[in-house]
Design a binder for this molecule. Structure first.
Ligand SMILES: Cc1cc2nc3c(=O)[nH]c(=O)nc-3n(C[C@H](O)[C@H](O)[C@H](O)COP(=O)(O)OP(=O)(O)OC[C@H]3O[C@@H](n4cnc5c(N)ncnc54)[C@H](O)[C@@H]3O)c2cc1C
Length: 260
């Protein structure tokens, strides 16, 4: 069940022009038990009402489930957005209310042979959280992991150094970049031009042994989902998390009877 927390901002680091990596401490000696891939809700005030925005926990967890006392988030700015205004004006030492954990965009106990972890933008953070669990599945079950990251240009390949390091360390861990508006310097055969769908179209999926996770931009998630279904992947093996804001709540107005 979700619990309420107060978070104190301890650092913020620019990942690119539009994205910031935040680190918070949980106050009041609280800790949070969560599974890699889950998200928290940050609470903001709008017109006197509490509203929330969701953010995936980016911490590299020790294992699939972990208990943490600090929270890392990667946040992309949306011009004029409520959370964007709130978070971009926070200073180190400021506090914010939150609740957690939420979500089921997590690795299940099923032992698949190949994991395709597809993301755009900050949608890659759940896969950062899953790093150690994925490494253990590679080691213990001979699994193969493909992190497929879509961005406009190289600056959008968030945490690329970490993912590339994982790929260097483990033969069965692959990092594939897909740039839609630029070319990568020193590109390899794992660096694609185009959207993540361009890469997915090149894969022959195995409906028995593969699982695909899709996270980030809702249009990407929908298009990739359609493509995977056509490729014969069972819906139960396509996990999705769309990064959207909750619908705006309409203000309650008095019920008025209009006589004709
Ligand atoms: C489960 C989940 C996890 C999420 N995790 C993350 C995360 O880790 N990092 C992260 O940055 N975001 C994440 N999001 C999205 C996040 O919750 C907010 O939607 C986002 O930060 C925008 O909030 P805002 O209040 O600044 O803008 P809002 O006030 O919600 O939006 C302002 C306007 O911009 C539009 N808009 C909203 N989002 C976008 C967008 N991406 N592109 C263009 N227009 C947009 C809205 O429709 C609205 O018109 C997640 C969402 C979900 C559901």
């Amino acid at each position: 069940m979700a619990e309420n927390f107060t978070l104190k901002l301890t650092s913020c680091t620019e990942l690119n022009d539009n994205t910031v990596h935040f680190e918070f401490n949980l106050l009041d000696n609280q800790s949070l038990e969560l599974t890699a891939g889950q998200f928290i809700r940050l609470l903001f005030e709008q017109d006197g009402q509490e509203v929330f925005r969701s953010y995936s926990v980016a911490n590299v967890l020790k294992s699939n489930t972990d208990t943490i006392t600090t929270i890392e988030l990667a946040v992309s700015w949306v011009k004029g957005g409520l959370a964007t205004v709130g978070l971009s004006t926070m200073k180190v030492g400021d506090v914010i209310k939150a609740s957690a954990p939420y979500g089921r965009f997590c690795l299940t106990d099923d032992k698949f042979k190949r994991y395709f972890l597809v993301a755009t933008g900050t949608g890659v953070t759940p896969y950062r959280a899953m790093t150690n669990e994925l490494k253990s599945r590679i080691k213990n079950y001979d699994a193969e992991v493909y992190v497929v990251m879509g961005a406009r240009d190289e600056s959008g390949l968030l945490y690329a150094d970490e993912f590339r390091k994982n790929a260097k360390e483990m033969e069965n861990y692959h990092y594939i970049s897909c740039l839609s508006r630029a070319k990568l310097n020193n590109a390899t055969q794992l660096d694609y031009e185009g959207h993540v769908q361009t890469y997915l179209e090149t894969v022959t999926f195995d409906s028995e042994n593969d699982v695909v996770y899709l996270c980030g931009n809702p249009a990407m998630v929908d298009e990739a989902f359609g493509l995977l279904k056509e490729a014969g992947m069972p819906v139960s093996q396509i996990r999705r998390e769309k990064y959207v804001s909750p619908p705006v709540r309409k203000k309650k107005s008095a019920f008025v009877i209009i006589n004709p």
